[in-house]
Design a protein around this ligand. Sequence first.
Ligand SMILES: O=C(O)C1=C[C@@H](OP(=O)(O)O)[C@@H](O)[C@H](O)C1
Ligand SMILES: C=C(OP(=O)(O)O)C(=O)O
Length: 431
Amino acid sequence: MTCLRLQPSTLTGEIRIPPSKSISHRAVICAALAEGISSIDNLVFSEDISATLDGLVSLGTTVGEVSVNPGEPGALWLEGNPKLQIAQETINCRESGSTLRFLIPLATLTGGPVTFTGAGKLVERPLDAYYELFQLHGIEYQTRNGYLPLTIKGRFSPGEYKLKGNVSSQFITGLMFLLPLLDGDSRIVITTELESRGYVDLTIDALEKSGITVQNNAYREFFIPGKQRYKAINCRIEGDYSQAAFWLVAGTLGSGLKCLDINAQSLQGDRMILDIMLAMGARIVWTDDSLGVLSAQTVGTVIDAGQCPDLVPVLAVLASLSKGTTRIINAGRLRIKESDRLKATASELNKLGARIQELQEGLLIEGVETLHGGTVDSWNDHRIAMAMAVASIRCTEPVFLTGAEAVKKSYPHFWQDFCKLGGRADEWNMG
Ligand SMILES: O=C(O)C1=C[C@@H](OP(=O)(O)O)[C@@H](O)[C@H](O)C1
Ligand SMILES: C=C(OP(=O)(O)O)C(=O)O
């Protein structure tokens, strides 16, 4: 386990934002389902994206790398196969919820059996939505008391698929990849208010770019004609708003910085970071080629996290150093991510002097003038590790962060970027 000493520092300058993890997952999956060769540029081979690529290879896709310089985004070509076939029966999704929930429906194209394994908290992240559908569609499955490993055997048939909208949008996305390939029409019916809908928008957009039609009836029902064919794609992945959020908060708390490779018209739900930060008094500056922030004293507000769960850890840092009270609501789903993110965020920031009360479905945060430093842990969660890095810049004493390597899940070069912007991180032996 890596322990870093993070010394108080001011981040400034400009930084190229890594490609969107969500769009990357979708692009490589659509390419894997297309006949012919696709090429995808600007991919970062994080643990999660590597898990999806390895999973696709296990399902018969051929993947080749072009022009990859270590530590830099690279390009890939993929030769897809709309029917998929089992090249390897076991798919290790590592710690990636997206990989697991996106590949399960696709594995049924092969008829199985296919076994899904994983690591860390993924082993116990919920899959009940799929288990219910397996029972309805006669798919045989075996789990270890509901947890991974999961083995499935059988095929889905066209028809109606009911899903709750408040557990994980990843089940909807997973089914959306599969259903266009079945030999009849299907519907996904959402039985509660849909949260994380920006991620469903990203899925529909990726499908459209691959020539697949989905009819969105007000996010209550999605009609998906069968017998469709994915066409090969040629694309470049845009920068990731969920990752830019860390730097935007760091710049606001420090002396301003600029993010490069950010699409102002992006469909990413976490683009909401801009509205939330503006409501808190941040100063955001767009230029032709960058999204910048100036330093600002922000104020507390009410943040509804229902559509942007991944922003919560870093917003809790901003709220902790804002004037007044912030209430983060509709965030219950954070408990079923890589860590219980409500508990982890409150517990670790409080160790640094924040005043956060954990609520059942959110956080109540009283702003403080300054944080004091101390020893914290990432809870093996990349977003907690990155939030601690941002908090450290406004501490009066160093922060010792254990489990700092968790960033590799989504942003393997995070610490290099942190230091490039003036952050001071060095390995520390806790003795
Ligand atoms: O579809 C996606 O790419 C994602 C969906 C979200 O999950 P939920 O829908 O489970 O909230 C998000 O938290 C995750 O990081 C990525
Ligand atoms: C929750 C996340 O990812 P996943 O669900 O794919 O593991 C995340 O990246 O914050």
